[in-house]
Design a protein around this ligand. Structure first.
Ligand SMILES: O=P(O)(O)O[C@@H]1[C@@H](OP(=O)(O)O)[C@H](OP(=O)(O)O)[C@H](O)[C@H](OP(=O)(O)O)[C@H]1OP(=O)(O)O
Ligand SMILES: Nc1ncnc2c1ncn2[C@@H]1O[C@H](COP(=O)(O)OP(=O)(O)OP(=O)(O)O)[C@@H](O)[C@H]1O
Length: 491
């Protein structure tokens, strides 16, 4: 990219989260990702550069090992003319959702990350202008804690996402709770995955976005009360799924298109498109802990219908969900078991502050950092080294619990499909696709006390306001469903 010739008119607002703001190039398949900070808390340019370098290194040396080369795009740092950045910031300001304007885009350092635009990622090497459909999912934590450090029984039964929904609605973050449960999505069972994806389509919140040719066509843009218009979505998707226009419009057409969409997403999420170095590293057997969440609407429906056996088909080893879950499961102790270890490291750092850099708390996130993550032992020998390893593994897990998965699909004809590209078929079309993982910035060490506090708030709110008011019939049904062991005594 010729940075001297940068023109803000060639870029447009693309999206943002809590930490960064993304603009996309109008013609080329690239984006610029800028860091954000609260007003009047600008960081020095060297600090921004260091932070961005850490993000790139972490993607390159750590997350690529967990997910594999093809899933992770670490990007590169780019230094831009300050005048261009200032003009760009002014240009995009009116497009920004109000709820994100509590932070400003960094316009002082001139540094940003340059990445491929994953919503327009070409799945064909030569096809320049093929239509592209892209689905972005932020799946959140897909397992129930199995750690013995968990103090509240409810955490072994209901997943964090489902509990957190109630607090979010109470706080006004969202108007309605979602029926999505990450455990259904991560179950590998097609029926449960279908239910999870349908729930995301009903209440997207910040967990689902759909882009057509790089433009956001579905998902929450601004307010907490976004309406899910499936008919409008079906209108956008019809040319992808029914290219010869064979399907009449109406509710049946909408339902069929949504079903086909869910099918292609499921197939892409379950496909194994990459191998990775950490592939042999099995954090925790997937069978450990409960494989379903008692609060999941799918589960409740089954129980109501007298069916107590919830299927969990398991995930194929190479698929993106499996890899995400394995990285998430590096949180083996739960925040309750981790917090005392964090305090041990803190105490050590208070005594020996100069050790902070040797311990690689703020990077560099290099090969040596990755190697230290591989020790999965849970035997606490009382050392700072043990505590630190668990803290760093927890930070990786938190990152994987908050990342997003992007699936880019482009229609192809039968004779066009290459053997190197995965293909998914629907009733009337076929797509080549690529899967990527984004927002893999390592969660800061400093966020651990916040995680500890938030965990308590989520659980206490749930116990006080939801579980206490739960339908007693439902609770009894669950009790009947609990596993029981028959103990035989000698007489
Ligand atoms: O704690 P959670 O689960 O609410 O996750 C936060 C996300 O909220 P969500 O629940 O997904 O709506 C939150 O997302 P939103 O800003 O609400 O879209 C951020 O991703 C936040 O990350 P960071 O601390 O800014 O790096 C996330 O915080 P971390 O816990 O990942 O640090
Ligand atoms: N390489 C990319 N290609 C296309 N779109 C992208 C890319 N990177 C980010 N985006 C879009 O920008 C949005 C915000 O980016 P990102 O998730 O990295 O922000 P964040 O502030 O780090 O998020 P969080 O709130 O989770 O901390 C994403 O949800 C996605 O829609």
């Amino acid at each position: 990219m010729e940075v001297e010739k940068m023109d803000e008119n060639e870029w447009k607002y693309h999206g943002e989260g809590n930490q960064s703001l993304v603009v996309s190039h109008c013609q080329r398949c690239v984006v610029l990702r800028f860091l954000k900070s609260p007003p009047n808390q600008n960081k020095a340019p060297e600090e921004i550069l260091h932070h961005l370098q850490n993000i790139v290194d972490f993607g390159k040396h750590v997350m690529k090992q967990f997910f594999g080369e093809n899933y992770v795009h670490h990007g590169e740092i780019i230094q831009l003319p300050l005048d261009f950045v200032r003009q760009l910031c002014l240009k995009i300001q009116p497009e920004r959702p109000e709820c994100r304007c509590d932070k400003d885009m960094d316009t002082l350092s001139g540094y940003a990350m340059c990445l491929p635009n994953l919503t327009r990622l070409q799945t064909f090497r030569f096809a320049e202008h093929r239509p592209i459909l892209c689905i972005e999912i932020k799946p959140k934590c897909g397992f129930i804690p199995f750690s013995s450090h968990v103090s509240q029984e409810i955490k072994h039964k209901v997943c964090r996402y489902c509990m957190h929904q109630h607090l979010k609605v109470a706080n006004g973050k969202w108007k309605r709770p979602s029926k999505y449960c990450p455990l259904d999505l991560f179950s590998g069972n097609k029926q449960r995955m279908h239910f999870a994806l349908k729930s995301l389509l009903q209440e997207a919140q910040n967990n689902l976005k759909i882009f057509k040719n790089g433009e956001l066509i579905y998902g929450c843009k601004d307010d907490q009360d976004c309406v899910s218009d499936w008919n409008e979505l079906a209108r956008h998707l019809k040319p992808f799924f029914f290219p010869s226009n064979g399907l009449v419009s109406g509710p049946h057409c909408t339902r069929t298109i949504v079903k086909e969409l869910i099918h292609v997403i499921t197939m892409a999420l379950l496909s194994s498109t990459d191998t990775c170095r950490a592939g042999h590293m099995k954090t925790v057997p997937l069978s450990q802990g409960r494989s379903y969440c008692e609060a999941s609407a799918f589960n409740k429906e089954l129980v109501r219908n007298g069916k107590h056996k919830l299927e969990s088909s398991g995930l194929p080893r190479g698929c993106v969900l499996y890899k995400t879950l394995q990285a998430q499961m590096l949180d083996m102790l739960d925040i309750e078991g981790l917090y005392p270890l964090y305090s041990r490291v803190e105490q050590y750092l208070e005594e020996f502050p100069e050790e902070r850099s040797t311990l690689q708390i703020d990077g560099p996130y290099n090969e040596a950092f990755y190697e230290k993550l591989l020790d999965l032992s849970l035997e606490d020998d009382g050392t700072v080294a043990f505590a630190l390893t668990k803290v760093q593994q927890y930070r990786i897990a938190m990152t994987a619990k908050d990342c997003s998965i992007m699936i880019a699909l482009s229609p192809c004809l039968q004779d066009e499909c290459s053997e190197q590209r995965p293909v998914v078929l629907t009733s009337k079309s076929r797509f080549t696709f690529s899967v990527s993982v984004l927002d893999l910035d390592l969660k800061p060490y400093e966020s651990i006390p916040h995680q500890y506090k938030l965990d308590g708030e989520i659980v206490n709110y749930y116990l006080k306001n939801v579980q206490a008011k739960e339908d007693p019939v439902m609770s009894n049904l669950f009790k009947e469903n609990e596993d029981c062991t028959l103990v035989l005594h000698k007489v």
